[in-house]
Design a binder for this molecule. Structure first.
Ligand code: NGQ
Ligand code: ZN
Length: 456
């Protein structure tokens, strides 16, 4: 679908880097803001939005998992855990074809956009055919993620994942992992093919994602970092206590500690989850400039635990949010659950705010900055030079009506039942109007056909 493009946007109210402004006119050139001026007048042809905030980056997703949302909620014969969920997930992905992945990913992207996410950082490890053999195009599956992003208009950072082992200390992979596996040489070829696959997109980014310290060994991680010296590096770390124990038994260090000690963790890095850290790891991670990639809805769903956001934020740690397993896809709800989980644990209120004032505003701006850093794209604010990614909130929505400025963000994040996101612009192109993605119907019907077949 060709999305309508705007040369200029006019916001009655907008959240700019310096705070809320009125009557903002933003000119767009090749998908980026060319100028942003407050106190301006609208001109004919401007795309008008009542209340505009920057689009949020979704810094961690496995899009195909949207197809199994709600299918991991049955008690089994043995105690259920993250690891039994992972078995369900492996069985679900066993039969997925490239067409299936594209259909499911497109639906996930539509839902992301409708909820206020405008960039998808896709942590992509489902590379090979069902028998574990690579496709003729090594990046066949990555190309389907790119196709879904292109079809829906969402910005894309594609993070092909290097997955070599089945557990720490180079344990052999299990059959359920056969579609993920590569050695370094084939991974680097896959990455080249991924670069070609994303080339038709607007301002794409390709990073790397060593899956976890369970899936790569130290020498492989070092060789990977040497081979790809620039761009985002994402890795899962310390999501489950078993992972921490296994890592300690193998190396004498906890996962985040090991990475900080050995991997050169800096602002290029995004460590996903970091649920289980000591106070020392929390301080060191905050100082490293790396992004903590938090996925509160999935972390709750999988029974991971609660990230120490209060200490991390107080020490200037950089964080953002992701929808990970896509069990729910909702930008506002991720921020809500992030804050509420801290309150539940500590029996406090306004836990993640590091200064007086709106918690919604502070967590929203944190997630913009952290998500932008993790994405490696020029995004995260309504400012010249950055991608023109904007979310419009409906001021008449029940959770927003009568409110001003920061209260609008708090209303969205903490008090809305249905999402108040009504307009979404990505790279200057309108992809959501009146809360609906412009191609939502066709994408939903492809998704429905795929799901009926998969679940029959
Ligand atoms: C993943 N998901 O890669 O999809 C993982 C599960 C694993 C989350 N950690 C697999 N939420 O970590 O081994
Ligand atoms: Zn993940």
């Amino acid at each position: 679908m060709a999305f309508p493009t705007a040369q200029a946007l006019f916001f009655e109210r907008a959240l700019l880097p310096g705070g809320w402004a009125r009557d903002v006119r933003a000119r767009v050139d090749r998908g980026a803001f060319a100028s942003v001026a407050a106190g301006a007048r609208p001109e004919p042809g401007d795309l008008r939005i009542a209340c505009a905030v920057p689009g949020l980056p979704n810094l961690h997703s496995h899009a195909f998992q949207r197809g199994m949302a709600g299918l991991g909620e049955r008690r089994g014969p043995n105690p259920d855990s993250f690891w039994t969920w992972r078995d369900v997930m492996y069985r679900f992905l066993d039969r997925l074809t490239p067409d299936d992945v594209e259909a499911v990913a497109a639906q996930a992207c539509v839902e992301m956009l409708e909820s206020g996410f405008t960039t998808l950082c896709e942590f992509h490890y489902l590379h090979h055919d069902a028998d574990g053999r690579p496709y003729a195009d090594l990046a066949e599956m990555g190309a389907r993620i790119a196709a879904a992003a292109q079809a829906t208009g969402i910005g894309l950072t594609l993070l092909p994942s290097l997955y070599r082992w089945g557990g720490v200390a180079a344990q052999p992979p299990t059959p359920g992992q056969r579609r993920f596996l590569n050695d370094l040489d084939r991974f680097l070829a896959l990455r080249e093919a991924t670069l070609r696959a994303v080339a038709p997109l607007e301002a794409p980014c390709v990073g790397i994602a060593p899956h976890s310290l369970r899936a790569v060994d130290p020498a492989l991680l070092r060789d990977l970092l040497n081979a790809v010296p620039d761009g985002p590096v994402h890795i899962h770390a310390a999501e489950q206590t078993k992972e921490v124990e296994d890592c300690l038994a193998w190396s004498g260090a906890r996962p985040v500690q090991w990475l900080l000690d050995h991997a050169g963790v800096d602002a290029r890095w995004c460590l996903i989850h970091c649920t289980h850290m000591t106070a020392d790891e929390t301080t060191r991670l905050a100082r490293s400039g790396a992004v903590a990639g938090l996925c509160p809805a999935t972390e709750a769903s999988l029974g991971d635990g609660i990230f120490d956001g209060v200490a991390f934020a107080a020490q200037g740690g950089v964080y953002g949010v992701g929808s990970d397993s896509n069990v729910v896809v909702d930008a506002g709800q991720e921020l809500r659950l992030l804050e509420l989980s801290q309150r539940l644990r500590d029996r406090t209120r306004n836990a993640l705010a590091t200064r007086e004032g709106s918690t919604g505003r502070q967590t929203f701006e944190a997630a913009l900055a952290g998500g932008a850093r993790a994405s490696g794209r020029a995004i995260g604010a309504i400012a010249p030079g950055l991608r023109a990614d904007v979310v419009g909130l409906a001021p008449e929505h029940a959770a927003l009506v009568g409110k001003q400025d920061d209260d609008l963000l708090d209303g969205w994040i903490f008090a809305a039942r249905a999402s108040p996101v009504d307009a979404v612009i990505v790279g200057g192109r309108r992809v959501v109007a009146d809360g609906r993605h412009l191609d939502a119907e066709a994408i939903a019907s492809r998704f429905a056909a795929t799901m009926r077949r998969l679940l029959a």
